[in-house]
Design a protein around this ligand. Structure first.
Ligand code: SF4
Length: 352
């Protein structure tokens, strides 16, 4: 482990205490590692595992994934959040099917150029599946290195990024790269955690600068964030024949991008006007149901669902961006978690 100040201790720790039974480690193929790396971005292992198993069961290889409708991919991603990851995965699978004969490319440049695969993810895939010496800097590795070497500066700050990539490069050993890569990610996920790192159990404690100076909680620097925003929206449950609800596909940019959702409005009046003008509802005004709360990373969303009954004469056409979702026989499409839960609850009630 010549040259790396942390590799020997990390590898020794990994052998004794690291995670060796994760589903993507057996077998550790490029496709399986790729899917795991994308799912693990911003998401913890315990959350990912059941999603990963279901995903691999339905899409066991790149061609199956590439040939599937994006709605089915989003359906299996529903609840995991950050839906651009799923859309990128699907788009990249089609590019790999068409341009690389269905095999994930083994060149760093080609991998990093695919949608959703940046520098660190490309490195993690190559290191873990081909043993290529490439540094990684995912959130876990970043936290370990920032603390061990006391690199200040918020995430995204250019000088801190540059310094951390230099350190990642310096610390990556020439041998056992796959294990080292897994080890530094595991250490960040289980020992050098964001709040209350377990320094007493850490194999790097002796040389860690943050620990020495008691600055574990200040490093790495947090992204500057403003006051947490509160947002309120109204969503229309347009119910037809007591069983079908109108859903619309959300634009790709923005929250829940590409998922199917209830039509959203900024006011109850706007929702009522839509019900009258577009759906031909001329009966009672929409009825407000109990509010839903949903927390995003940077803001809190309050949703007021408004229930309205449509007559048979209402628009039944399934457009590209709208569909009538059968509550009793749900289509396999991607739904935001709180909307999916709301629709499940509605399906259990007598609505008419
Ligand atoms: S000693 Fe503590 S802060 Fe330093 S790397 Fe280990 S867990 Fe992280």
């Amino acid at each position: 482990m010549k040259g790396s100040p942390i590799a020997a201790a990390l590898l020794d720790w990994h052998r004794r205490a690291g995670r060796h039974d994760l589903p993507w480690q057996h077998p550790r193929t490029p496709y399986r590692v790729w899917v795991s790396e994308i799912m693990l971005q911003q998401t913890q292992v315990a959350t990912v595992i059941p999603y990963y198993r279901r995903f691999l069961e339905r899409f066991p290889d790149i061609r199956t994934l590439a040939d599937a409708p994006v709605d089915e991919v989003l359906h299996l991603w529903s609840g995991l959040g950050y839906y651009a990851r799923a859309r990128h995965l699907h788009r990249a699978a089609a590019l790999i099917r068409d341009g690389y004969g269905g095999e994930l490319p083994a060149s760093f440049e080609a991998l990093a150029a695919l949608p959703g695969i940046g520098r660190s993810t490309a490195g993690a895939i190559l290191a873990q599946t081909h043993g290529v010496r490439v540094p990684i800097l995912d959130g876990n590795a970043r936290r370990v290195l920032a603390r061990y070497f006391a690199v200040a500066g918020a995430r995204g700050e250019r000088s801190a990024e540059k310094r951390l990539w230099e350190l990642a490069e310096r610390c990556t050993p020439g041998q056992r790269v796959a294990d080292y890569t897994q080890a530094i990610m595991d250490l960040g996920a289980t020992v050098c955690v964001r709040r209350r790192p377990l320094c007493a159990q850490c194999p790097l404690a002796a040389g860690c600068q943050a620990r020495r100076s008691g600055r574990q909680h200040q490093l790495p620097g947090a992204r500057r964030s403003g006051v947490r925003r509160l947002q309120r929206v109204f969503m229309l449950i347009a119910l037809q024949d007591c069983a079908r609800v109108r859903l619309e596909r959300r634009p790709e940019a923005g929250i829940w991008g590409g998922l199917w959702c209830l039509p959203e409005f900024t006011s109850a009046d706007a929702a009522a006007a839509f019900a009258r003008q577009t759906l031909g509802v001329d009966g009672a005004p929409p009825q407000a149901l109990p509010e839903l709360q949903h927390a995003f990373t940077h803001f809190d969303l309050t949703i007021t669902p408004l229930l309205v009954h449509c007559t048979r004469a209402a628009d039944l056409v399934e457009e590209q961006r709208a569909l009538w979702y059968n509550l009793r026989e749900p289509a396999r499409v991607g739904l935001p978690a709180p909307i999916g839960a709301l629709l499940t609850r509605l399906a259990e009630q007598t609505l008419c």
